[in-house]
Design a protein around this ligand. Structure first.
Ligand code: GAL
Ligand code: ZN
Length: 683
């Protein structure tokens, strides 16, 4: 366990900017492999990740290990100053294991047992599987303990990516034991907490409680679901911890990370604290819209950084991805490099591409690597090589800096995310709403990021909590201190209306935020027909108006709160919709509607009233140019990224030195299509 504070401002604990790719020597013959180290070195690689799916090579028969291929590969790479991150191969347990112990296979909510033949087919609740996981981890760790070319480890691979809700007999028993611990063996306490009076769900003992199967036959109890999701996080964390403990015991000098991020894992909890830093796998082309892709990438990166701070990217898409029935766009010339810079701008302190060379076989035969199937280097290789050369200067510059955030959006609370799932009312999730708000501010060139409410809020001017129905009382003092110190807190409709068990609170909404926000909700409703029964919110004094889409709340301001906007339409006309209350040096703004882009845009002047110097990071940038500031005590690095489909001309620039061109930054600059400037301020 590492005890360094998790914060969106924490730099990743890496000793150099690791740059390279994931590499699968087990897929290739010796004559192809031989050329790899020199070619990687020429591309500026200093790191590869290997072995995370190689269990059947490493341990072809139970207890018989062979390492030759990896030994030789690690050595040949080391001779080119390319270091290795190894993965524990537990996402792909071999056939001898599943054949001897078929009970290790996962079971889905329909009771169907998963089969051998792909990956993530085995359950971490199984004692048998965990024993084998510890054995292979120890065997690999001990074998490489004194190998200087091995610098760190990745635990497993993308835990919970394909499968998380397991219903096998081990999970049933383990879930019951988990609940027994959480509720101190008191079944009445659990019945009360879950509201089991409803639908006769009362249990007589922990051994009667099943893993919940939503919709089989009817809706499951949301409290039962939330505790089950918490169990999955706990169980996954325990599984990982057993590997981490072995790796740290065998060689304390190694770093340990994991490549996320997926459902039902609390990366801000023990899972993340167990690691030196988090890994985040980035696949921008899953967004099918090329014009929207830079925005979704920016959100995904800012969201990833909110868990534990700056991260490594163990896998960034290096070409079109193809699997099953899809095949992504081929990145156009310059796109891979631009997307890599976007990642570095928003918190990547190391970056590996997925993958070195496209494999000719298997389910991912069209997941394109830096090199094609035929091993011929083409434009993707050239781009990766150009970036490798540039990172020799830029890599060391970014280490130790963090991304500057003026506007924080609440994100990455796994309880809040999971509480939404079983009782969403068809409303967008907190994460989807965070993305909508984030997009608005990115387009406006603001310094925006995602920040957990327990994190350091001290640099922020504005903090927006979008519709967090579940709200933890322990966050209140941090939010109060933020506002008293001059921050503006924006609270979206429905916040603080559910408790830690996912039950509705007894107080009038917004529950324990009532006094802080200075309002009560007199009436609320879902808008199912916004076209035929439109409602809009009209702001004063700006006169701005925004159509409300999903939900309305009629506010009742308490003494001390001002009405900032009123409803227009139906029986709500002129009723308060948005309120503001000054607290200390700052203010709390409550918005009784969903914070869509249009709503946030209309709200902005009201925020500026409380926070007059709130401004974009850099003024007057052309459309589709992204600006991000990374800084530390001594240094400010400005990233300007051209996402436009053409070259753009920028007429005002931070004064300094462009690390990409090696030239002083001029007053004016032309950024060609897909081009980037990284300006170190000051010279
Ligand atoms: C990632 C995974 C890789 C590979 C890649 C492309 O999620 O970690 O192993 O599968 O996606 O599909
Ligand atoms: Zn299971």
């Amino acid at each position: 366990m590492t005890d360094r504070e998790l914060s969106h401002k924490r730099p990743a604990a890496v000793s150099r900017f690791y740059y390279g790719a994931t590499y699968y020597p087990e897929h290739w013959d010796a004559d192809v492999r031989e050329q790899d180290p020199a070619r990687m070195a020429e591309a500026g690689f200093n790191c590869v990740r290997m072995a995370e799916f190689a269990w059947s090579y490493l341990e072809p028969k139970e207890g018989v290990c062979r390492f030759e291929l990896f030994d030789r590969t690690i050595e040949a790479l080391g001779a080119e100053d390319i270091q290795t991150i190894l993965g524990t191969p537990t996402a792909t347990p071999p056939r001898w294991l599943t054949a001897a112990y078929p009970e290790v296979l996962r079971v889905n909510a329909d009771g169907v047992t998963m089969q051998h033949g792909s990956r993530q087919h085995v359950c971490p609740s199984s004692d048998t599987f965990r024993a084998y996981s510890r054995k292979i981890t120890r065997a690999m760790a001990e074998h490489y303990a004194e190998n200087d070319n091995v610098v760190g480890w990745q635990t497993d691979n993308e835990l919970n990516c394909h499968f998380s809700e397991c219903h096998c007999s081990h999970c049933q028993a383990e879930f019951q034991r988990y609940l027994h611990r959480v509720y101190d063996g008191n079944i009445e306490a659990l019945n009360a907490a879950w509201g089991n009076a409803f639908w006769s769900l009362t249990y007589r003992g922990f051994d009667e409680i099943p893993t919940p199967a939503h919709g089989k036959p009817a809706y499951a109890n949301p409290a039962h679901m939330l505790d089950y999701y918490r169990f999955i996080s706990w169980n996954t964390t325990r599984f990982q911890h057993e590997q981490v403990a072995i790796l740290r015991e065998v060689q304390p000098a190694w770093f340990v990370m994991h490549n996320g991020t997926f459902a039902h894992i609390d990366y801000r909890g023990e899972f993340g604290r167990d690691l030196d830093f988090l890994g985040y796998d980035l696949y921008p082309f899953f967004d099918p819209d090329p014009t929207h892709r830079p925005l979704s990438q920016a959100f995904n990166l800012d969201h990833a950084r909110a868990w534990t701070g700056n991260f490594m990217i163990p896998e960034q898409q290096s070409g079109p991805g193809g699997q099953g029935s899809y095949f992504h766009d081929n990145p156009e010339p310059g796109e891979l490099r631009r997307m890599a810079y976007a990642s570095i701008a928003r918190g990547a302190d190391s970056l590996l591409f997925f993958r070195w060379r496209t494999c000719r076989f298997g389910a991912e035969a069209y997941w394109c690597g830096v090199l094609d199937h035929d091993n011929v280097p083409r434009r993707r290789y050239d781009e990766v090589k150009q970036l490798g050369q540039e990172l020799e200067t830029i890599g060391p510059e970014v280490l130790g800096t963090h991304v500057h955030v003026d506007i924080g959006i609440a994100a990455v609370d796994v309880d809040v995310y999971d509480a939404h799932l079983p009782l969403s009312l068809g409303l967008p999730s907190p994460k989807e709403m965070a993305e909508a708000i984030h997009g608005f501010f990115v387009k406006g060139n603001y310094g925006v990021g995602c920040v957990h409410p327990a994190d350091d809020l001290s640099d922020l001017r504005v903090y927006i909590m979008p519709h967090w129905a579940l709200f933890k009382p322990e966050w209140l003092p941090n939010l109060q201190a933020f506002v008293e110190g001059g921050g503006v807190l924006v609270v979206g409709a429905r916040t603080a209306t559910r408790d830690m068990h996912n039950n509705v609170v007894a107080e009038t909404p917004p529950g324990l935020l009532q006094r802080f926000a200075g309002i009560r909700i007199a009436e609320y409703g879902r808008q199912n027909s916004p076209e035929t029964r439109p409602l809009s919110v009209r702001f004063y004094p700006s006169g701005n108006r925004a159509a409300s889409q999903l939900w309305y709340e009629q506010l009742e301001p308490l003494p001390g709160a001002r009405t900032l906007a009123r409803w227009e339409g139906r029986h709500l006309s002129l009723k308060p919709a948005v309120s503001g209350r000054k607290v200390g040096e700052g203010a709390v703004v409550y918005v009784g509607a969903y914070l869509t882009e249009a709503m946030v845009s209309a709200l902005l002047p009201s925020l500026m009233d409380y926070c007059p110097d709130l401004a974009p990071l850099w003024p007057d940038l052309p459309e589709d140019v992204d600006v991000v500031l990374r800084l530390d005590q001594e240094k400010r690095l400005w990233f300007l990224i051209n996402n436009h489909d053409m070259g753009v001309s920028i007429s005002s620039l931070p004064t300094g030195f462009n690390l990409i061109t090696g030239q002083p930054a001029r007053v004016r600059m032309v950024l060609s299509k897909n081009e980037v400037a990284v300006i170190r301020e000051g010279e």
